[in-house]
Design a binder for this molecule. Structure first.
Ligand code: SF4
Length: 321
C-alpha cells in the first residue's frame, strides 16, 4: 500500500488535499474561486407554517446561521450586491458567484414565484448559478422540471436538509419527513441530471457514536454530488435547548478533539466521489446554549482536520468499501 505522500497526486479528485474539497471542485470547473452569496428570499417552511407542524425542527433557529447582510425585506439583487461587497472585502479574489438561497425552504412556493426570484439572481452580473437549500418534502415534478431547465444553462444544485439516516432521530427532532422521503427526492433530482447536495448533523440526541459512524456507508451510496456536515450545536431559544437543560445526559455533545478524531474516521469511510463542503457548523457564540469550541473559525477547523489527516497519513475514502 503506498503511503499518503506517495499517492497524494493521484487522489481520485485530482489535487493533493486529503479530501474532495468543495472549493477545489469549483476551481476545477471554473478555473477560479467561486463564492457563494447567501440570500434570504422570505420563504417559510411547512414545518413552521402549520402544513406539517408549527414548532419546526427542535434545533432550528434560522437567525443563527444567516449572514447579517440577508434580510428578507430586501430584494434578491440588493442582497447579492451586498453579499458580493462583503466577500470582496474579505477575500478580494472571487470572480464568480453562486446565489445561495439559504434561509428556510427555498422551493416552498409556486413555480411562478420561484421563477421570479431565481431569475433575478441569475441575471445579476457575475452570478453563474444557484444553490437551492430546501426540505425533501418541498419539491415536486413541476418544480424539479423547472430547476432542470435552469440547470441546462447554469450551475444549479438542490441541497436537501436530511440531517440523519435514522427515522427514530428524525421523529425525535421533529423533522416532519422520513429518511425514505429524503432518498426519494434525492434520487428524483439526481435522475434529472441536477446537482444534488445534502446536509447532515452529527451528534443528534439518541444516536450513539457508532450509529453516527455507521451512517457513512448509507450516505456514501446516495446519489450526491456534495455534502455538508455540522456538529450538533444547541442554539438558544430552541425546543432542543429545553430538552438539553432538562435532560443533559441524553446528549453527547462532541468536544473539539472528539469531533476531530470522529470526523477523520468518518471521512476515511466516505465515498471519495462525494465533494465535501463543510466539516462543521459555526453558529455565532451569542446563539449557543451549550459549550462551544472556543474561538475557532471554520477555516481554522478545516486546517486542523487536514493536519490531522496528514499526521495519520490518511484521506477521504481510504477505508471506503
Ligand atoms: S426545515 Fe429548516 S427551516 Fe424548517 S424548521 Fe426545520 S430547520 Fe427550520
Amino acid at each position: 500500500m503506498p503511503s499518503g505522500k506517495e499517492i497524494k497526486n493521484s487522489y481520485p479528485w485530482g489535487h493533493d488535499r486529503r479530501f474532495n474539497a468543495y472549493s477545489n471542485y469549483f476551481r476545477g470547473i471554473y478555473g477560479a474561486r467561486v463564492q457563494k452569496v447567501s440570500i434570504d428570499a422570505g420563504f417559510t417552511c411547512p414545518n413552521r407554517d402549520g402544513t406539517k407542524g408549527t414548532g419546526g425542527c427542535t434545533y432550528c433557529n434560522n437567525d443563527a446561521f444567516n449572514p447579517s447582510y440577508c434580510e428578507p425585506v430586501k430584494p434578491v439583487s440588493e442582497q447579492i450586491s451586498e453579499g458580493i461587497k462583503f466577500h470582496k472585502w474579505r477575500y478580494n479574489e472571487a470572480v464568480s458567484y453562486l446565489a445561495y438561497f439559504q434561509a428556510y425552504s427555498n422551493t416552498y412556493a409556486s413555480v411562478d414565484h420561484l421563477r421570479k426570484l431565481y431569475t433575478e439572481a441569475l441575471e445579476y452580473p457575475g452570478v453563474i448559478g444557484l444553490i437551492i437549500g430546501t426540505r425533501p418534502d418541498c419539491v415536486d415534478d413541476e418544480k424539479l422540471a423547472y430547476i432542470k431547465e435552469l440547470s441546462e444553462k447554469h450551475y444549479v444544485a438542490v441541497e436537501y436538509g436530511i440531517e440523519s439516516c435514522y427515522n427514530k432521530t428524525l421523529i425525535r427532532i421533529n423533522r416532519g419527513h422520513s429518511f425514505e422521503e429524503a432518498v426519494y427526492s434525492l434520487e428524483k433530482t439526481a435522475a434529472l441530471g441536477i446537482n444534488t447536495g445534502a446536509h447532515f448533523i452529527l451528534g443528534l440526541p439518541g444516536e450513539t457514536r457508532n450509529e453516527m459512524l455507521r451512517q457513512v456507508s448509507i450516505i456514501s451510496e446516495l446519489p450526491l454530488k456534495t455534502v455538508k456536515f455540522h456538529q450538533l450545536q444547541i442554539i438558544k431559544g430552541t425546543a432542543m435547548e429545553s430538552e438539553y437543560r432538562n435532560n443533559p445526559r441524553d446528549f453527547e455533545l462532541f468536544t473539539w478533539e472528539e469531533y476531530r478524531d470522529f470526523f477523520v474516521s468518518f471521512l476515511e469511510r466516505l465515498n471519495p466521489a462525494i465533494v465535501v463542503e463543510r466539516f462543521t457548523g459555526e453558529a455565532p457564540p451569542r446563539f449557543l446554549a451549550g459549550e462551544g469550541w472556543g474561538k475557532k473559525r471554520t477555516d481554522q477547523i478545516v486546517n486542523l482536520i487536514e493536519k490531522r489527516l496528514e499526521e495519520l497519513d490518511t484521506w477521504q475514502g481510504r477505508l471506503y468499501k
